[in-house]
Design a protein around this ligand. Structure first.
Ligand code: PLP
Length: 254
């Protein structure tokens, strides 16, 4: 039987190891800027998020709207002394924009005009209703292989989508996110992404964030300028089998 104390120790050990990996990767890359660790807590219970919070984590990534909405609500009171920031990193359907606008600090998976418009409207409404006070940070998810079924805007459409976000009063264009194509060499994929980010920065110098790297490839991402690694498995363990990295939400209908 696993006790709460066992689970705490397990998570603490894993978190320390991931922080070490990031530090070593930064040093190897000769970087002295920060790389944020975003623990990804999808599929894991609120009690694990509490353990991470107790270990100093204040930012959490979630990829499934319903689960995240419930967890953010459950932990809101508990974290009132040291509030957490929630980041939506998975595919979002437009009809869920309203819900996410109430709890998310950022969304890393914006890939269409229609989603931008829905988010702008939803954040505006949340501000008007006193449910939030800040704009929503938006990272554009770019498809590196053009397979839009896996989510992400095609590179040809990236500049126009960035302009659209930048023109929204309640959204803040924060940067780019990508997941390497299946079977791709992560170094090549993240080098490609870094090039797209450099191009974006020409017209949008405020879009400094680069959300790249997960459990298996964070070192390569840090080598290529990642400012935020999204790590689930290496911190919390394996998720249920039917839960690959999910940028497309197969669990919800419509
Ligand atoms: C689940 C998920 C992660 C975390 O992946 P791990 O391999 O478990 O570290 C990162 N990014 C996205 C978009 C995810 O859905």
């Amino acid at each position: 039987m696993t006790t709460d104390a066992d689970r705490s120790r397990e998570i603490e050990t894993a978190l320390t190891a991931v922080r070490d990996r990031i530090r070593v990767a930064r040093e190897a890359a000769g970087r002295d800027d920060d790389v944020m660790l975003l623990p990804v807590t999808k599929y894991f219970p609120a009690s694990d998020v509490e353990i991470l919070h107790g270990l100093g984590c204040r930012e959490f990534g979630e990829s499934r709207e319903q689960e995240a909405t419930a967890k953010a609500a459950e932990l809101h009171e508990k974290f009132s002394d040291a509030p957490a920031r929630w980041h939506m990193i998975g595919h979002l359907q437009r009809n869920k924009a309203k819900s996410v606008a109430r709890w998310a600090h950022s969304i890393h998976s914006v890939d269409s005009d229609r989603l931008v418009d829905a988010l702008q409207k939803a954040v505006r409404a949340a501000v008007d209703d006193g449910e939030r006070t800040t704009p929503l940070d938006v990272l554009l998810q770019v498809s590196l292989d053009g397979d839009v079924h896996r989510g992400g805007v095609e590179r040809e459409d990236l500049a126009a989508l960035a302009d659209r976000v930048a023109s929204c009063t309640d959204l803040r264009l924060a940067g780019l996110m990508a997941v390497p194509p299946l079977d791709a060499d992560p170094d090549a994929a993240f080098a490609d992404l870094a090039g797209l980010h450099r191009d974006l920065l020409v017209n949008h110098p405020e879009a400094t964030q680069l959300s790249a790297g997960m459990t298996s490839d964070l070192e390569a991402a840090v080598r290529h300028g990642s400012t935020c690694v999204r790590v689930g498995t290496a911190i919390l363990g394996s998720r249920p089998i039917a839960s690959p990295v999910q940028t497309t939400d197969h669990t919800s209908h419509n």
